[in-house]
Design a protein around this ligand. Structure first.
Ligand SMILES: [Zn+2]
Ligand SMILES: [Zn+2]
Length: 127
């Protein structure tokens, strides 16, 4: 069981499954909503329990997906594609130790210019 929460604690969640290795997304939507890059671990919705739903708001960030954030502190917590039974959960919101490791970088063609990716992990131009 993994526990996580937003910064103010109004939205909390548990993941009752092994974590899938998170993916770091460098696309402009992830950069703007997270403030840097988005590292998400994909979770089956059946294994994800969210409490504090009244503080959680879903924002339609594109024609195919929504992002869930805390209205109290603004933490970007979830990314969910329409019609999928999985949610990408902000790995940074999980209590440490997570026991998992970053798997790869995606949408690196869209990354900003103020940092380098130097961890040796696979990099994909797009998704
Ligand atoms: Zn919060
Ligand atoms: Zn992205």
């Amino acid at each position: 069981m993994h526990n996580g929460r937003c910064d103010c604690g109004a939205v909390r969640f548990t993941i009752d499954a092994a974590l899938s290795p998170p993916v770091a997304c460098h696309c402009s939507q992830c950069r703007r909503s997270s403030g840097h890059i988005w590292a998400g671990t994909l979770v089956d919705d059946a294994a994800l329990t969210i409490t504090g739903q009244d503080a959680l708001r879903w924002y339609r960030s594109s024609a195919i997906a929504q992002r869930g954030f805390c209205t109290g502190c603004g933490a970007s917590l979830f990314y969910r594609m329409d019609g999928e039974n999985k949610t990408s959960v902000a790995t940074g919101a999980l209590d440490a130790p997570t026991g998992t490791r970053l798997a790869k970088h995606i949408f690196v063609a869209d990354k900003s210019d103020y940092y380098d990716i130097a961890d040796g992990l696979p990099q994909h131009e797009a998704g």
